[in-house]
Design a protein around this ligand. Structure first.
Ligand code: ADP
Ligand code: ADP
Length: 234
């Protein structure tokens, strides 16, 4: 079964009484283990789509199924729970808690999952080891380089074993060598753990590395390299 399935999904914002159609009939499937680059010009709907795929926002039309659950049928609390169990997020800005150690930052999603303190620390330490930061457990974010901070954020996103990792310009704040190393790490984790990776990028070299490319234009899927020729999605 698909990890995420969007069928004719639309999202219209209301701005001062004016309707702004950000997405207009998007259909696509994210399969387990996928590696997708989401590209397109500014304003084409990439962020809106990522928010929907991650259950941070709801469609105003169409059908969206995340982890086998139809989003429209869920309460806000149920959607939040589904998001915590199914999706990991990585952003351009790392969004780590500044006064909290790396291991406690990474353990945070496990608090919401009801995992006990000893287990949390053990799993967070093991996850930090997998991203190459086993020697940085007790460092705070300001004691780490940008690349190390993004690795902590990646460890946090994956510690609860999500089906999908949504990464919005994850290398955008990093110099090119550090960014390349972070991208290689994401690819290695995608290959080894089977987590589906959906990556927003403006970098053509990054997009070219993905197994699948979805190009957005004016709120629609202009092309999807996984779709049969002539179709926009699915
Ligand atoms: P991208 O991430 O590709 O730059 P967005 O999803 O941010 O595209 O934006 C798609 C369209 O939706 C744009 O026209 C943008 O101005 C509009 N939009 C995005 N967020 C909002 C919002 N909160 N309120 C009103 N319009 C928005
Ligand atoms: P930018 O690329 O402009 O720096 P970010 O990558 O920081 O933006 O965040 C992208 C979007 O995700 C923003 O709309 C922000 O509100 C939202 N966001 C950031 N962190 C979280 C989070 N932990 N949970 C939910 N939404 C978030």
């Amino acid at each position: 079964p698909a990890a995420i399935e969007a069928t004719d999904v639309s999202r219209t914002y209301q701005l001062d009484g004016v309707s702004v159609p950000a997405l207009r009939g998007v259909s696509l499937t994210v399969a387990p283990g996928d590696y997708v680059a989401l590209v397109g010009p500014s304003g084409s709907g990439k962020s809106t789509l990522m928010h929907l795929l991650g259950g941070l926002d709801r469609p105003t039309g169409g059908r969206l199924v995340i982890g086998g659950r139809e989003v429209a049928a869920l309460s806000a609390a149920e959607l939040a729970d589904l998001r915590n169990r199914t999706i990991g997020f990585v952003f351009q800005a790392f969004h780590l808690l500044p006064r909290t150690s790396a291991v406690d930052n990474v353990a945070l999603p496990l608090v919401y999952r009801g995992v006990g303190a000893r287990q949390r620390r053990a799993r967070a330490a093991a996850m930090l080891d997998r991203v190459g930061l086993g020697h940085r457990l007790n460092h705070r974010p300001n004691q780490l380089s940008g690349g190390e901070q993004q690795r902590v954020a990646i460890a946090r996103a994956l510690v609860a074993d999500p089906a999908v990792l949504l990464a919005d310009e994850p290398t955008g704040n990093l110099d090119s060598a550090t960014g390349a190393a972070v991208l290689e790490l994401l690819e290695r984790l995608n290959a080894s753990s089977g987590v589906a990776l959906v990556l927003v990028t403006h970098d053509h070299e990054v997009a070219a590395r993905a197994r699948r490319r979805i190009a957005m234009r004016d709120g629609v899927v202009a092309s999807d390299s996984a779709a049969p020729a002539g179709e926009g999605g699915t």
